[in-house]
Design a protein around this ligand. Structure first.
Ligand code: SAM
Length: 390
């Protein structure tokens, strides 16, 4: 193989195994927090070259890795029969692969209570808690998406029920090659939840300790979560989103050449502005200049759906850095999945709230890390309905 081909092949294998190696500063920061007096045994279930194990300096170091080149135990930690084995410390930087990417090796299903799109890292967190003895500690590097994605909610609840978060670190900068923003947590299994010690950024700057927020996503924001008991957007507006049925139901009815309502995708929505007709659109793998939906080509059921959407409304992009909402006062547009539709008798107030700094801070506080890009959040109807009306 030539040099570039070899580099390419190595990158592919690394991606398949989720193998991005942890910088020594991050290893040291986690090891400082996870080690404790009296600890003897340590496990890294995705140990790579064993850097976490060595850094603990503990006498009994057990490492597992699915990579056949490993000098530790060669096995798949997630399907290994661990029997009743438990360790004083479980530590590491598990692979971040979503279940679909991992499906070739593990059937694409979660063994630890996560949904079909739960990240493998969440499975490793559940496994680590199970393999750590009561009173022991778990310290893992994890993707920030794990803080708020729906498919990992059951795993977050199970962790909360069994362990107390002692310390956490996160960074907005990329800490290693993987194109994912990360955080790290150290838990005490069976411990009592007290204030969480915190550090931030590439230099691990200490931040003041704070009480555990009610949501995991709240861990990434600096302010304490202000409990909001007053009125919320959901009191004056309804938010909803469409699903597969509407997405696939529209295929075949969308065209640049037909009469009918314009189809509005997330990419066309900017704060206060819709770029339909100005920016090309991708829908169902095809590109359109100004797509419209031919209502008469829809099934009767989808025609009824289109009628319910053809009302004055606000459309909101689902994945953004700032909330992007646009008004459709004449009810002329049809939303494309996963655009969020908001219907209200008081659209002016709703738009004012959605465009406010306070609303943006609120959604970041509750859904930080859920989006795909840096600093983006994935919005959903429940999240938007909960925004305080100030
Ligand atoms: C992000 S790397 C971390 C390696 C090392 N712990 C470090 O911090 O540098 C993830 C490691 O997990 C291994 N891995 C992936 N899937 C695994 C599995 N199911 N069981 C055990 N190891 C796995 C990969 O081979 C890779 O070495």
């Amino acid at each position: 193989m030539h040099q570039p081909e070899r580099a390419d092949a190595a990158r592919r294998t690394r991606k398949q195994l989720g193998a991005w190696y942890t910088p020594p500063e991050l290893v040291d920061a986690i090891v400082r927090e996870v080690t404790f007096d009296g600890a003897v045994t340590v496990l890294d279930p995705a140990c790579g070259d064993g850097r976490f194990l060595r850094a603990t300096g503990l006498p009994t170091q057990v490492g597992v890795d699915v990579d056949p080149a490993t000098s530790y135990i060669h096995d798949d930690a997630l399907s290994r029969d661990w029997g009743a084995e438990q360790f004083d410390i479980v530590v590491g930087n598990p692979p971040f692969l979503n279940q679909l990417a991992a499906s070739t090796t593990r059937g694409g299903r979660s063994r630890f209570g996560g949904g079909p799109y739960a990240d493998t890292a969440a499975e490793f967190l559940a496994l680590a808690i199970r393999l750590c003895r009561p009173g022991g500690r778990v310290g893992l590097v994890l993707p920030q998406s794990l803080l708020s994605t729906r498919d990992t909610a059951a795993i977050r609840d199970a962790v909360d029920a069994q362990a107390a978060l002692r310390w956490m670190w996160w960074s907005d900068t990329q800490m290693f090659d993987a194109n994912v923003r990360v955080w790290a947590g150290v838990w005490e299994v069976g411990g009592v939840q007290r204030e969480v010690q915190r550090a931030f950024g590439p230099h691990f700057a200490p931040l003041p300790a704070r009480p555990r927020p009610t949501t995991w996503a709240g861990l990434l924001t600096d302010a304490s979560p202000a409990a909001h008991a007053g009125p919320v957007l959901g009191d004056i507006a309804t938010f909803s989103v469409d699903f597969r049925e509407q997405y696939y139901g529209l295929v075949g009815a969308v065209s640049d050449e037909v009469e009918g309502p314009p189809l509005i995708t997330s990419g066309l929505i900017e704060p206060g502005r819709c770029l339909w007709g100005e920016r090309p659109v991708r829908f169902a793998k095809q590109r359109y200049a100004a797509p419209r939906v031919a209502i008469d080509r829809l099934s009767p059921r989808l025609q009824r759906w289109a009628a319910t959407r053809s009302v004055p409304k606000i459309l909101i992009a689902n994945q953004t850095k700032v909330i992007e909402a646009v008004h459709d006062p004449a009810g002329e547009w049809l939303p494309s999945v996963p655009v969020i539709t908001c219907v209200s008798d008081d659209c002016d107030t709703v738009l004012q709230v959605l465009n406010s700094n306070a609303a943006n801070e609120w959604v970041h506080h509750h859904a930080a890390g859920s989006g795909l890009g840096a600093g983006t959040v994935r919005l959903n109807p429940k999240l938007l309905a909960g925004i305080p009306l100030r």
